[in-house]
Design a protein around this ligand. Structure first.
Ligand SMILES: Nc1nc2c(ncn2[C@@H]2O[C@H](COP(=O)(O)OP(=O)(O)OP(=O)(O)O)[C@@H](O)[C@H]2O)c(=O)[nH]1
Ligand SMILES: [Mg+2]
Length: 419
């Protein structure tokens, strides 16, 4: 079987090309509206993509004189032809195809022809039935093939290299596909394939544009309380210490600490150590009722950082428990702390759980322990999370930095492998 893909303005244009290229036995397997040209959704032109195929060897079938002129095509075949505009297979008959496009509804009504009314099955009808069956079989075969990935879209070398890089970075397939498509359209409108450098530069713009709505202002000046939540061992307490140092040294804010992590003695002591180093007061709370007292004791502080116990947040109970504790009348923000060494699936579960409680900001830690950064992009897009900081080491206070989409996208894409 030979297959060809045509990008045309309208179906009749394709039909003429198909007849010349593949001959009269060709069938249209699929038609769909596409947009070509432009970049990132702008300046695109509407076109039609037509995929046609012909049974048999690779040789070009000679253009034969028309065998089944459209007006003689029976109602059943017309019906099938019509389906082609919905993406199913159809025999190529130029006149019928152009009519199918311009007046599709008319074809649904069976049109009496001179020979048709109440006649027993004629040779012509038998032939038609035969063609219809052939087309149906072919259509089923094509469906099977496309499901098996035999027609997986092929991309230029640069786009394929970029896809590989993003796959390694565990960016979700749907984003990789969307980007590859945009780049391929760019190639079509330029009329040439992209170099790796060009593909990387366009990908950089694409990611930056996607992340733009989620850039954030970090810790707002009017924020009084920040509460940190997240699973065990991700680096909540360490990140609190790093941020406390950043806020007090760089921004001159008076810091206070609260911890509700009373499950482990060591946890209280861990935060107290940092509080002592920064010469900042710390309050320990055992229940939501204690919070009011703690806020009162820290009322002269510009910023209160509150540590919570890492819990197994796969339990809905723990999530709602922490939420009741976090509920406060102060000007507060809640930040979810996630480690990039965690499994992406587990991160999505947590993001999903916490999103219900209105948590929108996240710190990503342990960036230094991985070379895979796609999780951040995936989570930001899926859960509209605002990444505030990235932590990349154990050293307090140095190993934390505000999240900048520019440096993040550079990390994600890595260097284009210039030839
Ligand atoms: N490599 C690396 N280690 C980190 C980072 N952040 C925290 N850690 C380390 O991870 C370990 C756990 O950090 P904690 O701050 O105690 O984590 P936590 O979330 O408060 O843990 P729990 O309170 O037990 O839930 C410590 O050894 C930290 O030094 C980071 O960005 N990179
Ligand atoms: Mg802790």
């Amino acid at each position: 079987m030979r297959m060809k893909r045509y990008i045309v303005n309208a179906l009749p244009e394709a039909v003429a090309m198909i007849r010349t290229d593949l001959g009269h036995d060709a069938v249209i397997l699929e038609t769909k509206q596409i947009h070509v040209g432009g970049f990132m959704g702008m300046f695109r032109k509407k076109k039609m993509e037509v995929i046609a195929a012909v049974e048999g060897g690779a040789g070009k079938a000679p253009a034969k004189p028309k065998q089944v002129p459209a007006p003689e095509v029976g109602a059943a075949l017309q019906q099938l032809l019509l389906q082609s505009s919905k993406g199913t297979a159809a025999a190529v008959s130029p006149a019928a195809a152009s009519e199918a496009e311009s007046a599709p509804v008319a074809h649904n009504v069976s049109r009496p022809t001179e020979s048709s009314p109440a006649k027993p099955a004629s040779l012509k009808e038998e032939k038609e039935q035969f063609i219809i069956n052939e087309i149906r079989e072919l259509r089923d075969y094509m469906k099977k093939l496309s499901k098996s990935g035999a027609f997986a879209q092929t991309y230029s070398e640069s786009i394929a290299a970029l896809q590989n890089r993003l796959l390694e970075q565990e960016v979700e397939q749907r984003w990789i596909d969307e980007l590859a498509e945009a780049l391929q359209q760019e190639e079509q409108s330029r009329g040439e394939i992209l170099t790796q450098r060009e593909a990387w530069a366009l990908a950089y713009d694409w990611f930056s544009a996607k992340l733009k709505p989620f850039t954030n202002e970090g810790i707002r000046e009017d924020t009084r309380v920040i509460q940190f939540v997240g699973p065990t061992g991700v680096g909540k307490t360490t990140s609190i210490a790093k941020l406390a140092a950043e806020q007090s040294i760089k921004h001159g804010r008076k810091i206070g600490f609260i911890t509700s992590d009373t499950y482990r003695i060591a946890a209280v002591e861990q935060l107290r150590t940092y509080a002592n180093i920064l010469d900042a007061p710390m309050e320990v709370v055992f229940s939501p009722a204690d919070l009011t007292k703690a806020y009162k004791a820290l009322e002269d502080r510009d910023l209160i950082l509150m540590d919570t116990a890492g819990r197994n947040y796969r339990s809905e109970l723990h999530v709602s428990e922490v939420n009741s504790l976090l509920h406060s009348s102060e000007q507060s923000e809640i930040i979810l702390v996630l480690s990039l060494t965690g499994k992406f699936k587990d991160m999505t579960l947590l993001a999903d759980r916490f999103k219900k409680y209105g948590i929108r900001k996240a710190i990503f830690t342990k960036c230094d322990e991985t070379v895979v950064y796609g999780a951040i992009f995936n989570l930001v897009m899926e859960y509209e999370l605002l990444p505030t900081h990235i932590a990349s080491g154990q050293t307090v206070p140095d190993d934390i930095a505000p999240f900048h989409s520019k440096s993040y996208v550079e990390m994600l894409l890595g260097e284009a492998d210039h030839e």
